[in-house]
Structures are given as structure tokens and as C-alpha cells.
Design a protein around this ligand. Structure first.
Ligand code: UYC
Length: 229
């Protein structure tokens, strides 16, 4: 059995990838593992967010003991991703749904937030014109993307979809089966055929409806938010 002190000292020095593996090992040790995660997270305050901090947050959130609850409320009341917006949009709701791993409701709220970014006519229409996407602020798209990635161990988010899309030569017909939006000739049916947990393939969420064609997702995946990361 790995010594707890050894695990927690490793957490400080290891790469993000190894930190991700250490976190479940610490969780297995119970109370003392949570302690180490809290100490480590405190020392990370002010650091740029990464997937390991996100995973530690998720572990403490799910532990849901009086101590972990109090710790998160005191130190990370808004979660680990700074909820920054250039359009004064409130991402608290999205953060909370993702922290709870309610990916289905988070997906609905993501569509709403994109409409909010596009303005009042899109909010009434409840879907986007592709021409509205280019005016989305980089800041807001990055906030939404970080929220998805950090609460999914890097599995979900637009930038994850973009990487896969680039890997298939920007060919949407090749992207769909990779992210399970299509199986052979059959579109995956909304909402019940989609996978609303972490057993989904990389890039499965968030969804964008293809009923009106690929131009909206094409505009999202081409947005400068991703090239500046
Ligand atoms: N739906 O099939 N989708 C809806 C997806 C298509 C359709 C919403 C994604 C194909 C209809 C979301 C896929 C298609 C509605 C998604 C998918 C189709 C609807 C709710 C795989 C038929 C009712 C938000 C690509 C062949 C609403 C919204 C309406 C809804 C997502 C049908 C998130 C990723 C081509 C009839 N589908 N959608 O946008 O507008 O309404 O009538 O993509």
C-alpha cells in the first residue's frame, strides 16, 4: 500500500497527467486523502486552472463530507474556473451543473448561454445563426470550454471537438461517428440516444444540433478562441 505522505508529496511535483492518476488513489485512502487534496488545492489557489485541480475539486465535491463541503464553499465558492465574461454573462449555473455532473442539463444551459452571447433575437429564436458566432468573445468561449473540460477530465468541450475535427482533416462526416453523433447512416437521437456521463467518447458533448446544417459548429470550431490556447 502506498504511503499517504508519499502520495501527497508526489501530488506537488508530478506532471498533470500523473496528478490525475494520483487523485483517485488519494480518494481511496478516505479522510486522510481528502485532507491531502484540500492542502494541495489550497496551495494551488491563484495558479491557472488545470485538469488535476478540476479533478481534485470533483473528488472533494463528490465526497460531500462536512469538511470537504465547508472547504469548497470557503475556498472555491465559484468553482475552480474563473467565471470571466466580456459580456457580463453569469456562468454560475453552468458551473454548478457541471460540478454535479449533470451533463444533460449543462448541455441545455450551454446552448442557452451561446444564445445569450448572440443577443436577444437569438435568445428568442433559441438557436444560432452561424454569422453570430464570429462576434462571440474569446473570453466567454474559453470560460465555457474550461468548465466542460475541467469537470470531465478533459473529455468534453469545444476545444476537444476541435482537436478531433482537425485530426480527421476537418471532415464533419468523419467527425460524427468519432464522437458518436452518428452511427452508420443514423443520426443519434436527441436526447435519449446521447450518452450523458463520462462513459461517452471524447468530444461527445456539448451538442450542437445539425438540423440546420454544419455552419454553426463550423463557425464555433473555427473561432479564434482555440488557436490562442
Ligand atoms: N441532434 O441528431 N433535433 C435537438 C443533436 C440533427 C432534431 C437539440 C445532435 C439531425 C429535431 C439538440 C445530433 C436531425 C429537434 C440536438 C442530433 C435532427 C432536434 C435540442 C447529431 C434529424 C427538435 C436543442 C448530429 C435527422 C427541435 C435544439 C427542432 C433537437 C442535438 C433533428 C441539442 C448533436 C440532422 C427535429 N437536437 N437533428 O437545437 O428544432 O432544438 O425542431 O442533427
Amino acid at each position: 500500500m502506498q504511503d499517504i505522505n508519499n502520495l501527497s508529496s508526489k501530488l506537488k511535483s508530478e506532471s498533470e497527467k500523473n496528478q490525475l492518476k494520483l487523485i483517485p488513489q488519494l480518494v481511496e485512502t478516505g479522510e486522510s486523502g481528502y485532507q491531502s487534496l484540500m492542502i494541495w488545492m489550497s496551495s494551488c489557489q491563484g495558479n491557472p486552472v488545470n485538469l488535476a485541480i478540476g479533478k481534485a475539486y470533483q473528488a472533494l465535491y463528490q465526497a460531500n463530507t462536512p469538511e470537504t463541503k465547508k472547504f469548497l464553499q470557503t475556498n472555491f465558492p465559484q468553482g475552480v474556473v474563473p467565471l470571466v465574461s466580456d459580456k457580463n454573462i453569469d456562468y454560475t449555473n453552468l458551473q454548478q451543473l457541471l460540478a454535479q455532473q449533470d451533463f444533460q442539463q449543462a448541455d441545455v444551459v450551454t446552448i442557452q448561454k451561446l444564445c445569450e452571447l448572440a443577443g436577444s433575437s437569438a435568445m428568442e429564436r433559441k438557436w444560432l445563426y452561424f454569422t453570430e458566432v464570429s462576434s462571440f468573445p474569446i473570453t466567454d468561449l474559453q470560460t465555457i470550454d474550461w468548465l466542460w473540460r475541467v469537470h470531465s477530465e478533459g473529455k468534453f468541450g469545444f476545444s476537444v471537438q476541435r482537436k478531433i475535427w482537425i485530426s480527421v482533416g476537418k471532415d464533419f462526416t468523419k467527425l460524427w461517428p468519432k464522437i458518436k453523433w452518428k452511427d452508420g447512416n443514423n443520426w443519434t437521437r436527441y436526447p435519449n440516444e446521447f450518452i450523458w456521463d463520462l462513459s461517452a467518447p471524447q468530444g461527445h458533448l456539448p451538442l450542437s444540433n445539425q438540423l440546420r446544417g454544419v455552419r454553426v459548429i463550423n463557425a464555433i470550431l473555427n473561432h479564434p478562441a482555440w488557436s490562442k490556447q
